[in-house]
Design a protein around this ligand. Structure first.
Ligand code: PLP
Length: 393
């Protein structure tokens, strides 16, 4: 059986063969524990982790000792948010973020709000952007932390991190970012952008699942975090547990490749995305793009098809793998919180598909999928009595 064309790149990415090659020896001959340095096995594992730490730090403009390896973005965000909130509790109890964040942020904040913290979630405009003046107004003398994602995984809209961070810093507020869709996909530099904490994960940039990192600023200012996990004191005591050496090696190579190829790959993906958009919207009426038209992830296209049920549309196109408007919790009938937040009505949210284009997406894939979508949407609309009524036919 031919496998479906993969267009769900914001959910996960395949491991690049170059990344896999780098990882493989660390599963077999070089299997050592990076903390057991009394023999060659541990020494080579430790050397591999050091090298990866340097690769990750260089890729985001950080220093190696500012990188904490974790199991992925969810863990990094929990450590960043809970850790910073707790360590700064004497200074204040207020955190500001935004309604379109990933559940890894929103659920962590919701849990803090049930204890002794106050959380303000800013609304977004119709493109998914935050109002900088509203952000400034939301900051109080009790605010200690602000959290904004680099780019939205559903609609692709980017946040102006440097501007947000500057506003936060002017009020003595730490600035954390969920950079899962930012690192390796958009220009991202912790010093230039003024980031204090940044979470990212290997499996969204052609690395393996189950490994990620948290950047923790160590100079000007030193960001204090309260550990969320106790044990052997690995990673400056911030993340105890035997290091996932092959995974960390994979993250290092994945981020290095993604950053080295960023400029050419963004241009290529932007062209592919525009081609997909053109080929669909020139042949179908009543298709609307969700998210910001230009300030966005190159490889994300979220389209709302009027009169269509996204789940039914996906089922009608088994030759392509993508996500619908209730992407995050498949099986749930709730429209996504992101589409709701940007004011997409429930029927259009249910008619939304997210096309994720990545490193291995070709022009032929885009042409094939756009033809499929056009044919499927036409067929489903023709079958729909509601669509007929609406068109007055
Ligand atoms: C995938 C994703 C996460 C979660 O990352 P994991 O490594 O799977 O925990 C968090 N935030 C965003 C924006 C994501 O796309």
């Amino acid at each position: 059986m031919k496998r479906p064309i993969y267009m769900d790149i914001q959910a996960t990415t395949p491991v690049d063969p170059r990344v896999l090659d780098a990882m493989l020896p660390y599963f077999t001959e070089r299997f050592g524990n990076a903390s057991s340095k009394s023999h060659l096995y541990g020494i080579e594992a430790d050397a591999a982790v050091r090298r990866a730490r340097e690769q990750v730090a260089t890729a985001i403009g950080a220093q190696p000792h500012e990188i904490v390896f974790t199991s992925g973005s969810t863990e990094s965000l929990n450590l960043a948010i809970r850790g910073a909130a707790a360590a700064n509790r004497v200074r204040g109890d207020h955190i500001v973020s935004c309604v379109t964040e990933h559940p890894a942020v929103l659920d962590t904040l919701a849990e803090l709000a049930t204890r002794d913290f106050e959380v303000t979630l800013l609304p977004v405009d119709a493109h998914g952007g935050v109002d900088l003046a509203a952000f400034e107004r939301a900051l109080t003398p009790r605010t200690t932390l602000a959290v904004f994602m680099a780019a939205n995984n559903e609609i692709g809209t980017t946040h102006p991190l440097a501007e947000l961070a500057a506003i936060a810093h002017a009020r003595g507020v730490l600035f954390a970012t969920d950079a899962t869709q930012g690192v390796g996909k958009l220009p991202f530099h912790v010093v230039r952008d003024g980031i204090d904490l940044a979470a990212f994960t290997a499996h969204k940039m052609y690395g393996p699942k189950g490994v990620g990192a948290l950047y923790v600023r160590r100079t000007d200012p030193i960001v204090q975090l309260e550990r969320q996990q106790h044990g052997g004191g690995h990673e400056h005591g911030l993340r105890s547990g035997t290091m996932n050496v092959p995974g960390i090696v994979g993250l290092g190579v994945a981020v290095e490749l993604a950053v080295a190829e960023l400029a050419s790959e963004s241009a290529r993906l932007t062209n592919l995305r525009m081609r997909l958009f053109e080929r669909i919207t020139s042949r179908l009426e009543e298709v609307r793009q969700n998210g910001h038209p230009t300030r966005r992830l190159p490889g994300n296209l979220s389209l709302a098809f009027a009169g269509i049920d996204g789940e039914a549309l996906m089922m009608d196109m088994p030759d392509v793998a993508l996500s619908s408007g209730s992407a995050c919790h498949s099986g749930s009938l709730e429209p996504s919180h992101v589409l709701t937040a940007i004011g997409v009505p429930p029927d259009l949210a249910h008619g939304t598909l997210r096309f994720g284009l990545g490193r291995f997406t070709t022009e032929a894939d885009v042409d094939f999928v756009s033809d499929l979508v056009v044919a499927s949407v036409k067929r489903l609309r023709d079958l729909s009595p509601l669509w007929e009524l609406r068109k007055g036919r």
